[in-house]
Design a protein around this ligand. Sequence first.
Ligand code: 1QQ
Length: 413
Amino acid sequence: MKSISNFPRWLLAAMLLLVMALAACSSTEEPAPAEESAEPAAEEPAAEETAAEPAAEETAAEPVVIKVGAAHALSGPIALYGEPISQGIQLAVKQINEQAYLGENTTLEIVLEDTAGDKEQAIAVFEKLINQDGVVAILGPTLSNSAFAADPVAQEAGVPVIGSSNTASGITDMGDFVFRTSLPESAVIPNTLKVVSEARGLTKVAVMYGNDDQFTQSGYEVFAAALDDLGIEVVATETFAKGDTDFSAQLTKIKSLEPQAIVASALAEEAANIMTQARQLGIGEDVYFIGGNGFNSPKLAEIAGPAAEGAISGAAWFISSPTPANESFVEAYRAEYGSDPDQFAAQAYTAAWVLAEAIKNADSTDPAAIRDALNGVANFDTPLGSFGFTDNRDPDHTPVVLTVKDGVFALFE
Ligand code: 1QQ
């Protein structure tokens, strides 16, 4: 330190403070979220008492806490998705911190906020996470309907957002800060219909969909196009709205038209009620249900009980996939929560790990650097398989087809 020994003491102290503040936020250029750098910096020892070299070492040992937002439905009917999602995120973050994946002194802190499955609340939560908490990225929100409202807030602020349950078309088209680990319906539904059609010779179906939600609407459009491609006749197309509980008018009409199957784009609660009422109205189990992403929550069978038997849906993940990454995830989730993970937990766990990998590779907390590193994540071992994003920031892997058998999901054969 000879070269600086003649510096005025005040200048040396000022330089030290600057170096420490920069190191504490571990950012390359922009110490982006102000709060994050503020905490460690506030605990720095006074500069006068510290010689140059030991100061540098002490700074390196200072804990760095990187705040990540999680915006999910933790209350209301959509919490049946939000709960496993937030559990998947928290498990991943626990492992990331326990393994010191981001370095000995660096941890992730999740700031978890409830969107209640409501798009206005999702906007408010995104604004709070970005402007008040200074998060480096956001995991969420739960519904595509909320994502179309809130993701532009993150895009505008230049903060990466990773959806893990948004499956509507067009999510990642909102901007280059928008990513998802959830397979879009357009990558799942055509395969579901093809597999079921080949196995059962589908020729004539009825369609039901929610016309007030961007996920159920988008799912309907994908179903309609895929049915058309396969030359399957649609004898009726019936609609409903979120929160509806009486589907008897639509189902009575459908029953009279004698379709082989009912194809439905619905969230889990409506899906469960539709199946329950269909069976009550005497639509037998030989008329099977084919659903989209709303049907592949285990809650479907929990709510509908025996009426959910035989429901078919496409999924991005299967609990018994025999890969080491999946087996260790399932085991860790069971140990942590005493219950089985579902697809939503697996996709959320993957999103948190993929984000950690990007932060590590970026070696920075600058949101734009993290965005760039997310694009570079490749061959990353996850419960969903070897993971990387497409050029359009979507996941890219093969879906499966599931069916409810004795109350739980089994592979459709
Ligand atoms: C979406 C969905 C839902 C089923 C998420 C819970 O896929 O809103 O896109």
